[in-house]
Design a protein around this ligand. Sequence first.
Ligand SMILES: NC(=O)c1ccc[n+]([C@@H]2O[C@H](COP(=O)([O-])OP(=O)(O)OC[C@H]3O[C@@H](n4cnc5c(N)ncnc54)[C@H](O)[C@@H]3O)[C@@H](O)[C@H]2O)c1
Length: 251
Amino acid sequence: MATGRTHRPATRSRGIPEATVARLPLYLRALTALSERSVPTVSSEELAAAAGVNSAKLRKDFSYLGSYGTRGVGYDVEYLVYQISRELGLTQDWPVVIVGIGNLGAALANYGGFASRGFRVAALIDADPAMAGRQVAGIAVQHSDELEKIISDNGVSIGVITTPPGVAQQVCDRLVAAGVTSILNFAPTVLSVPDGVDVRKVDLSIELQILAFHEQRKAGEETAGEDAVAASVPKETPKGPDGDVPVVMPA
Ligand SMILES: NC(=O)c1ccc[n+]([C@@H]2O[C@H](COP(=O)([O-])OP(=O)(O)OC[C@H]3O[C@@H](n4cnc5c(N)ncnc54)[C@H](O)[C@@H]3O)[C@@H](O)[C@H]2O)c1
């Protein structure tokens, strides 16, 4: 529900809860789609549905940004895109390096969505000498011997690790020593980093395992439902005294 207040002046809010920060990219994705369709305003309910979030939570999240929408009008799409982008630090360009240009690293390098969200793939790094100089997504792969120089030359603060798990910690240590302070880790390894370095881990197999858990629960519920029906229907249908068959309804 809009409160009737318009956007507050752009006070940069401190102390936004981590859970809110995690939802900001969801709002931004939904808002960007609206912006591309030139939709000028959106209600909290519509935006919440598009982002897959509860609308009360959305309004609370936006209150941290100082954005309250306008009663009967909703939120200004362009302004919210700007506010969320600014809050997420996306109004500046972030050079990113990807280390380990195998199947996954190359797929990420080819993903066009980074650039449109303010992340420029500044360099691709691999330890395999045969990879050096090979073009992936229009960028020449550089050998990992050059890692420190590449980070420093490009002012990189975000590194993506797509190496085999056995070398991920060592790659991480080198990235951090070279000045990287944020790491997106795809390798199935728990990385240790010093204070001040943020690590985000992406593991599709964990997501699949969670889905498998829910699938199993759903299947269990269905089976339990069928069992309940079966249990309420006697195996040998007893006949009434007159030979009629009583109808047994499941509970
Ligand atoms: N998070 C996920 O959802 C997900 C999904 C698929 C794969 N993975 C993981 O991503 C990683 C890469 O998978 P892949 O299929 O692309 O593997 P891959 O073998 O195709 O590629 C790995 C690349 O890393 C390079 N490499 C090895 N040691 C290196 C080092 N010290 N420095 C720089 N580069 C180095 C190799 O030369 C190779 O090109 C693996 O750890 C895998 O388990 C994660």
